[in-house]
Design a protein around this ligand. Structure first.
Ligand code: NAD
Ligand code: WQD
Length: 336
């Protein structure tokens, strides 16, 4: 298939482009480079042996999306493009709604105009809020989001579901990611957030390459085995392969399909710290500080639906996630 990947130079998008190319698909990337670099294309080419066609374009501009569809015969869209920083979304809600919601509405408009009927969307476990069930199944009721970023994901799930209802010959696949970490084993692509990272693994990486003095562990008084927050960390390459697997549904009946993409295993913050130290033989200085507002104690998936229906399950363990994260950090971050 010829696949348009929005946000394809970003962290998850770039790994997914590699796996799509490995699976024999042709890839066209559309990205405004607001949170990624054009040099990622060289790296995708180096890993996968094929260079995706690339458009620097902003999904808030409908005409630039139309141009991509008019110049390429697109069979399906994998839609990653979006802003994703939780704290920034609290400070800049209008920007987040305009970009994530407005941009996706433009994308759906262009898809309709050009008769493209298949979309895979990057949703998030954040839509479950403080989850009613652990491990979280796809049937778990959606929760209250605590920030505009999370709300854009919830709104977009609803918009895409309504869109499919109105266009019953369309396919909408909603993938709810848990906590992606790790990097491609080549060390060429990975997570490169701008500024001081919010997420745990990028923060740890900045500490171990000497850019930040120590990790702040946000609270050790949660109702979890060691008191620190528990999450479902998934290797980004497993996550990327989940997108290729999800596209199997395009040969099934049209409809809305929802999958959790996680490992089903919960690790605490201190589990991650100790696993990283052991895997890479390095010390991570840390201090326990106050809880971070909006955080929940425990969040991990039941990924069995994706296994049953897509034959997808994760392959990489925590040690590999830690090793691959560190390899990328040494390559990408230490020289900056
Ligand atoms: P990322 O920031 O690395 O990638 C997103 C890409 O979208 C970037 O390259 C950015 O330049 C591009 N982009 C943003 N706004 C755009 C616009 N208006 N037009 C064109 N391109 C635009 O983020 P990521 O971690 O790869 O996340 C990809 C998707 O997965 C996002 O939708 C994110 O919300 C979702 N997600 C991420 C996580 C996570 O923890 N990383 C978890 C759940 C869901
Ligand atoms: C993980 C754990 C923190 C940083 C967020 C978004 C969510 C999703 C993924 C996209 C928590 C602790 C963290 C630090 C710490 N994104 N921590 N010190 O909070 O599960 O999810 O990113 O959809 O929407 O909310 O991920 O990596 O920020 O935190 O102690 O410096 O690490 O308290 O327990 P989170 P995270």
């Amino acid at each position: 298939m010829n696949i348009l990947v929005t946000g394809g130079t970003g962290y998850i998008g770039s790994h997914t482009c590699v796996e799509l190319i490995n699976a024999g698909h042709d890839v066209v990337i559309f990205d405004n480079l607001s949170n990624s670099k054009e040099s990622v294309l060289d790296r995708i080419e180096k890993i996968a042996g094929k260079r995706p066609k690339f458009y620097v374009a902003d999904m808030r501009d409908l005409d630039s999306i139309r141009k991509v569809f008019s110049e390429n015969s697109i069979d399906a869209v994998v839609h990653f493009a979006g802003l994703k920083a939780v704290g920034e979304s609290v400070a800049k809600p209008v920007e987040y709604y305009k970009n994530n919601v407005g941009g996706t509405l433009n994308l759906l408009t262009a898809m309709t105009e050009f008769g493209v009927k298949k979309i895979v969307f990057s949703s998030s476990a954040t839509v479950y809020g403080d989850p009613a069930i652990i491990p979280i199944t796809e049937d778990c009721p959606l929760g209250t989001t605590t920030n505009p970023y999370g709300e854009t994901k919830k709104m977009l799930e609803r918009i895409l579901t309504d869109f499919q209802k109105a266009n019953p010959d369309n396919y909408v696949i909603l993938l709810r990611y848990f906590n992606p970490i790790g990097a491609h084993e080549s060390g060429l692509i990975g997570d490169e957030p701008n500024g001081i990272p919010n997420n745990l693994m990028p923060y740890i990486l900045q500490v171990v390459v000497g850019k930040l003095p120590y990790l702040r562990v946000f609270g050790n008084d949660y109702d979890t085995p060691d008191g620190t927050g528990v999450r479902d960390y998934i290797h980004v390459v497993d996550l990327a392969k989940g997108h290729v697997a999800a596209m199997k549904k395009f040969s099934d009946e049209p409809g809305v399909y929802i999958y959790n993409l996680g490992t089903g295993i919960g690790y605490s913050v201190l589990d991650i710290v100790h696993a990283f130290e052991k895997a890479n033989n390095i010390n991570i200085p840390y201090q326990i500080v106050e809880r971070r507002p909006g955080d929940i104690a425990t969040n991990y998936s039941d990924p069995s639906k994706a296994f049953r229906e897509l034959s997808w399950k994760t392959e990489f363990d925590l040690e590999t996630m830690c090793k691959d994260s560190y390899r990328f950090a040494k390559n990408a971050l230490s020289g900056q």
